[in-house]
Design a protein around this ligand. Sequence first.
Ligand code: GDP
Ligand code: MG
Length: 184
Amino acid sequence: YQTVRLAVLGAPGVGKSSIVRQFVMQQFLEEYVPTEQRQVFCPAVIINEHLYEVRIIDCPYIPYFPVNSLYEWTDFRGYGLRNATAYVLVYDITSEESFEYIKSLRLQILESRNCHDVPIFVVGNKHDLADERGVPRREVREVANMVKKQWKCGYIECSAKYNWHIMLLFKELMKTVDYIDYGH
Ligand code: GDP
Ligand code: MG
């Protein structure tokens, strides 16, 4: 079976740990417990009828350093992110700022991997709060289209709170990974 290393990145509080916790343990915590240190989860899972050993790296906040700076390299080494099979960039669909942050992360990844075919998968979390917080559906759709068409990345919206689209997220993600590995 395949070992898939997934690096989960994004601004603080967008729900990275919640997504991982929901997927690995089927649990959700209302309380916000910031991730202080990188955490690695290694579930063996059957997705799309394949058995995978998944290493999920749940990352703490990595501050933005200008692309091309030396710090950026140090950071990626420090977190062991350079050889990830795929990057999962999570934003909160009710926070524009959190999307700006993944834009910068994407640039850092492309720079530090020095290639443009690294699988990056974008996740818009907290879908359950979109209406409550008055986020126009049109705006969410525009972001989704930009990610799919311009970045050519996988994209999904989910809610870690309600376990909505969490399994689907990993199914779609594995399709992206398989696509890269077997090259068809
Ligand atoms: P991280 O810093 O990205 O790892 O974020 P956490 O997973 O720790 O979640 C931050 C906060 O957002 C916590 O209070 C969670 O309960 C909450 N949260 C996470 N996912 C969701 C979601 O899908 N919907 C709602 N309403 N809250 C969420
Ligand atoms: Mg966390």
